[in-house]
Ligand binder design. Sequence first.
Ligand SMILES: [Zn+2]
Length: 423
Amino acid sequence: MRRGAISLRARYVFPVEGPPIADGVVAVDGGRIAWVGPASERRADLNLGNVAIIPGLVNAHTHLELSRMPGDEGPPPGGSEDEVEWIRKVTLRRISGAWGPSYADNAKRNLKATIEAGTTLVADITTAGLSWGAIAESPVRAVVFAEVIGLKRHRGLQTSGEAWKWLGSIDAEAQVAANARPGLSPHSPYSTAGWLYHNAAGSRLPLTTHLAEMPEELRLLEHRDGPLRGFLEEIGAWDDEWEPVGPRPADYIRKGELRDADWLVAHGTYIEPSEFWQLRPEASAKGQRVAVAYCPRTNARFGHHAHPYRALLEKGAIVCLGTDSLASSPSLGILDEMRFLHACDGSLSGELLLTMGTLFGAWALRAEAATGTLRAGKSADMAVVRLPARDEADPYMLLLESDLPVVATVFEGEFVAGSWQGI
Ligand SMILES: [Zn+2]
């Protein structure tokens, strides 16, 4: 498909803005959506058959540069895994250089899989911009967050120096050409000194951080001890002088000027109900956006079954979905995350789940004006999902209670994975 005018008909169109349309049509012109509605009102150029057209999926948290760890079989069925031990394994592998030379190759391969999974907007955390090259040459929208990490001053200076060197190397024109924006990611309160958080917040760039991820993090902030301290001492990263920004993970996004920045909170599993106010969009005087990127399968892997997504959503917070990396997740598919969460919690409506996997992620990345729903005028970013032959009273169940794949991805009106002939 070229960037001309074309209209696609499908058994269902899920605009996200508005109810599902049975026998629907999406018309595209010049890379943008021109019209969405029922086939009875508009003739289509192509009938894709028993599929759903949904907005392009948004993966709000991943690390494309990381691949699956050799020999990693995950936790036993129904069991979980010690997260600190897992972090130790990943870190030792990073230190040993086992992933080092292949980061950029991993990013390229994993980005391809991400796009094939129907993703058209991705939030990627990268070492000093290593994934930027792959993203810049691919048909995808992205925010690329350079990671800064280090409790010890010299380590923090090293990682932030590398991040800023990369940030200084990309100009505005390159960002437009790449459909990508740069950002910064202070890794986590347990690994990253407070001054790195303050510097990141002062940059006015989009920010993301792993926050309130596990009980051991809360213990370290409050008491400066526990398994994370043991791990940090083992790898020589512990700093006796270290002072946390505050005793609560949420202090890292709400103290002083930290609260004036956009924060995409990865995980947020142990955020307290009393801290929910901070996460409501209307809570910020300066238009700051705070959202939680929940990674259901990674969360379950480490036994964090009580993620407060429901309470957060009920309080008006934005919760979007991420896969995390292949080092902890079986795939890079947001539809897979939606189906997993639906299987765990059938009370979450299909409409809300699809909104979390599309519009909410776009909002968190300040891209909702361009993408995240199927509406005339937005970019024609879409995923085409094969549907089962049966009927369902709730059409969202055709998407969620199925293992049929994404068969095509359309970005700015062009098929960028799969093709209409193959559907
Ligand atoms: Zn992560």
